[in-house]
Design a protein around this ligand. Structure first.
Ligand SMILES: Cc1cc2nc3c(=O)[nH]c(=O)nc-3n(C[C@H](O)[C@H](O)[C@H](O)COP(=O)(O)OP(=O)(O)OC[C@H]3O[C@@H](n4cnc5c(N)ncnc54)[C@H](O)[C@@H]3O)c2cc1C
Ligand SMILES: NC(=O)c1ccc[n+]([C@@H]2O[C@H](COP(=O)([O-])OP(=O)(O)OC[C@H]3O[C@@H](n4cnc5c(N)ncnc54)[C@H](O)[C@@H]3O)[C@@H](O)[C@H]2O)c1
Ligand code: SF4
Ligand code: FES
Length: 816
């Protein structure tokens, strides 16, 4: 019988151990994971990129719901483990669950430190630790202007850069007279501050905050010296505290963190700890590289394999702020027994300092040019003796002049990517044996470069050195659709056409997929591309769709579902409302809510009630869960409003009826307003129509989500028929040319407004062909709710029996 492995903490460190265990001994354990956050495992490091607008929230998911299910892992997301009974060998959660274990792994991470200041409970005072904090900052930036970040460390500066990108005025309040005093010496800190000031940050140095001002919401900060500043958002980034409550209350030995030995074993048999909550040899690590090293040892231990002990890590840090290259590792402050090598080039803005003890390299700081960082880190880790060659390599301020190539110097065993533990040898193997030819391919295949991104220049140098003239920079920027293949989206779509492929599995086979089963990223994408190319021939493959689309409903964070019936143009009738009310009462729906898209959402529906509710409602699916045409929001328009120039409601209804149920690469939201006052918010929709004197204006590519984007003006037309033509051609062009998972806002940035104008407005012939292909797709649509409600076999297998483990039912799959 399989042993039971229970992991508490669904973060990067714990899940990394599980990934290792699955690779080493897949069948040894029955695995259960508890995570307090209502999300699958995601890359916390990349929250800084999400805030800065460089990455989308959904792109930082490391293992989606499908991954847990596929690997037979039971995930309880949104559940906190509150007690461990070591006698009974069971864990207990806040909502009454208990699960037995044979081996228990604690990876509970850290809490952000919140200064105990008067007023800290006010609205607008937050930390920067998780997705929720990131969303709160984006949300605040829409309404407020002035942000104060307390703490000038790595996190504070990355938060401040993100808030600048969100167009806020940002002040950083720092306790000391230099930034990042735990990583940088005075000189580097001075150069960093000057560069960040140039980017627009304001610094209040040597300031101690005394009080948070304001009534309900924060309005400012007051300092010990009596001065004040205005602020309507305060982000505290003053360090972290290991989360040891569960361990302490359960009787495990705890100091600053949960005390572990060299095999990550706690004081209690069969209980282990890893990551930010673990204290090893009196050190707690707040960076992922050491957690990976710990995880590799622990996974072998759990699988009964021999492993050398974990003896601690040498760490390095890089600040993830674009336009600033800063690296630090080991010691950097001069001491009586140290000597240093310093190079400063004020013209190029470069500073290098290397600290020596007994002529051995023990630490260093690089600013402005971090191309030596991999070599320097290796020299520090190995406590390498300073040589003339090393000295010469460091002494130049342009690494290309040095004659020493950091890459050539590296041994195969040397680590290139600290975040993901990838060596130069593994990358070379990928290049030589798998034909990897770009940074993106290396990233997808080996994971090198996929976290903080700091090692990407080194990966590029390895590619250049290995492939020589064959390395084609331009070609290297091509992005395969996922790590299962080297083919790009366009190549896959072309192959589907040329080779007349019609099924997902067949496509993966014929195109030589590296992972024959595909992954959660490529399976739904292939299913979409096949349907797009062959609208009549392709049989939709439900099992390839994301979970929300398989069930035709949005999974909520407590495991229930939401039902949003279609209400064309946001218009309903007393008769429909009566039916909705009856259903809501009969099935004890927890809440009926008006959505942002002007529909009624029945929240808190049990899975087995879904088909019954759909058939009793007798309304069409609103597709609120799908990558498809969503709602058309309308204003009341000329029939009722004295400013209205057009009948926006009728136009909205016509558009929704025409395009409902159309699959698209990502969700598509639409709106129709009857005058430029734009009450239906047409300016932030994927497709917005605005009535004006003598016709309609059409806007495209707007987005009101995390990455706010105003829509671009596409064209003006005179008649309602023309609106239907241009919007139809636009939607079909998006369907045919966008990457799956790409919103219209990203697509438009990528391919350009002019290309879209040409394809759907100027080139009449092309427009006609787009419309004719659209008609083919529209003619083969079926309402998914009707189909499932009337098919007893589907009802039983999908809604009455559970295919998905309890785990995967928590959280919103499609929308994070
Ligand atoms: C914005 C940001 C940027 C960062 N950038 C970098 C970087 O560039 N490089 C780098 O190396 N590091 C970086 N870090 C730090 C890095 O993200 C962390 O060191 C790492 O994520 C810690 O992993 P962990 O699994 O130990 O803890 P966490 O990621 O905190 O995961 C612990 C999880 O356990 C859950 N949990 C806790 N208690 C319980 C319980 N009782 N029951 C159930 N679940 C529980 C928590 O909700 C949490 O989801 C950054 C951190 C942040 C916030
Ligand atoms: N690029 C990266 O590697 C990266 C990025 C973000 C976060 N992280 C990690 O996340 C964790 C949290 O980062 P962090 O920057 O909060 O921690 P930190 O401890 O590194 O820095 C906190 C900073 O806040 C300052 N501070 C403390 N009290 C203050 C006060 N009252 N007023 C003003 N300033 C004060 C400290 O002097 C220090 O510089 C760390 O483990 C860090 O390594 C790493
Ligand atoms: S958009 Fe214009 S027409 Fe429509 S409700 Fe607002 S003001 Fe009236
Ligand atoms: S070092 Fe962070 S992604 Fe490679």
């Amino acid at each position: 019988m399989k042993k039971k492995l229970v992991l508490v903490g669904n973060g990067m460190a714990g899940v990394n151990v599980v990934e290792h265990v699955l690779k080493l001994a897949k069948d040894q354990y029955e695995i259960t994971i508890f995570g307090q956050e209502p999300h699958p495992n995601y890359n916390r490091i990349l929250l800084s990129s999400v805030l800065a607008g460089d990455t989308e929230m959904e792109d930082i998911i490391l293992n989606d719901w499908d991954w847990y299910e596929k690997n037979g892992i039971t995930l309880y997301a949104g559940h906190e483990v509150t007690r461990v009974d070591t006698e009974k060998r069971k864990v207990y959660t806040d909502n009454g669950l208990s699960v037995p274990y044979d081996q228990l792994l604690l990876a509970t991470g850290s809490h952000p430190l919140m200064l105990p200041l008067p007023g800290r409970e006010k609205d607008g005072v937050i930390a920067f630790r998780d997705m929720k904090d990131c969303e709160a900052m984006v949300e605040a930036s829409r309404k407020y202007k002035k942000a104060a970040v307390i703490g000038g460390g790595l996190l504070g500066l990355e938060a401040a850069r993100g808030l600048l990108n969100l167009n806020m005025d940002v002040s950083v309040i720092h306790l000391f007279d230099r930034l990042m005093e735990r990583q940088l010496d005075r000189e580097a800190a001075k150069m960093l501050q000057a560069e960040l000031e140039r980017q627009g940050m304001r610094f209040l140095m040597e300031k101690q905050t005394e009080k948070i001002l304001g009534e309900k919401r924060v309005t400012g900060l007051q300092f010990k010296d009596g001065s004040t500043i205005d602020a309507d958002l305060v982000v505290m980034a003053v360090g972290i505290r290991p989360n040891v409550r569960l361990a302490a209350e359960s009787g495990f030995e705890v100091n600053r963190g949960i005390v572990v030995n060299d095999f990550m074993e706690t004081s209690t048999p069969d209980v282990y700890a890893v990551g930010e909550c673990a204290e090893h040899r009196e050190t707690v690590y707040g960076l992922v590289a050491p957690h990976r090293e710990q995880g590799a040892v622990l996974a072998k231990r759990l699988c009964g394999l021999d492993t050398p002990p974990y003896e601690g890590s040498v760490v390095s840090t890089k600040l993830k702020v674009s336009g600033v290259d800063v690296f630090s590792a080991g010691e950097f402050n001069d001491q009586p027994d140290t000597r240093s090598l310093r190079i400063q080039d004020e013209w190029k803005g470069i500073y290098k300092k290397v600290l020596l003890r007994d002529d051995r390299i023990i630490g260093g700081v690089l600013f402005g040019d971090t191309s030596d960082s991999a070599s320097l880190f290796r020299w520090i880790r190995d406590r390498r003796e300073m040589t003339d060659a090393i000295h010469a390599a460091l002494a130049v301020t342009d690494s290309s002049d040095s004659g020493i190539s950091p890459v050539r110097e590296m041994e195969d065993a040397d680590q290139v990517c600290d975040c993901n533990g990838v060596s130069k040898g593994q990358i070379l193997e990928g290049i030589r044996e798998k034909g990897l030819a770009s940074v993106a391919e290396v990233k997808r295949y080996t994971k090198a470069g996929s976290s903080c991104g700091g090692c990407q220049p080194l990966v590029e140098q390895i590619l250049q050195q290995e492939l020589g003239e064959e390395y084609d920079r331009e070609n290297a920027s091509r992005t395969p659709i996922c790590s299962c293949t080297d083919l790009t989206r366009d190549e896959v779509v072309e192959a589907i056409r040329q080779k007349r492929l019609t099924m997902v599995k067949e496509t993966m086979n014929v195109l030589d997929w590296k992972n024959p089963e595909g992954c959660p990223r490529c399976r739904p994408a292939l299913n979409y591309y096949l349907g797009m190319v062959w609208p009549r021939e392709h049989e939709d493959e439900r099992e390839s769709r994301i979970i929300n689309e398989q069930r035709h409903a949005n999974i909520q964070n407590d495991g229930t579902y939401s039902v949003v019936p279609r209400m064309y143009g946001g218009v309903t009738s007393p008769e429909e409302l009566r039916r909705i009310a009856d259903v809501a009462e009969k099935y004890r729906v927890r809440m009926v809510k008006v959505t942002g898209g002007q529909r009624l959402d029945l929240l808190g529906v049990q899975k087995e009630d879904l088909p019954k509710i759909w058939s009793e409602l007798g309304m069409a699916s609103g597709h609120a869960y799908a990558k498809a045409i969503r709602t058309v929001k309308t204003c009341v328009g000329a029939d009722f409003c004295r400013f209205g120039t057009q009948n926006s409601i009728q136009m909205g209804i016509d558009m929704e009826k025409k395009f409902e149920g159309l699959d698209t690469p990502h969700k598509v939201k639409m709106a129709v307003s009857a005058c430029p006052r734009n009450c239906a918010e047409s300016g932030i929709k994927d497709l917005g129509v605005v009535g004006v004197e003598g016709g309609w204006e059409i806007y495209i590519g707007g987005n009101g989500g995390v990455n706010l984007r105003g829509a671009d003006f596409l064209c003006k037309v005179q008649t309602s028929e023309e609106v239907m033509e241009v919007t139809g051609a636009y939607l079909q062009f998006y369907r045919e040319t966008a990457e799956y998972w790409e919103r219209t806002s990203g697509w438009i940035e990528r391919i350009g407004l002019e290309a879209i104008k040409k394809a759907v407005v100027e080139d009449q012939e092309n427009c006609k062909q787009l419309l004719s292909r659209l008609e083919q797709v529209l003619s083969s649509r079926r309402d998914p709710w009707k189909k499932d409600a009337s098919d007893s076999a589907i009802r039983q297998s999908l809604y009455e029996e559970s295919r998905v483990s309890v785990s995967a039912e928590h959280g919103r799959e499609g929308d994070i």
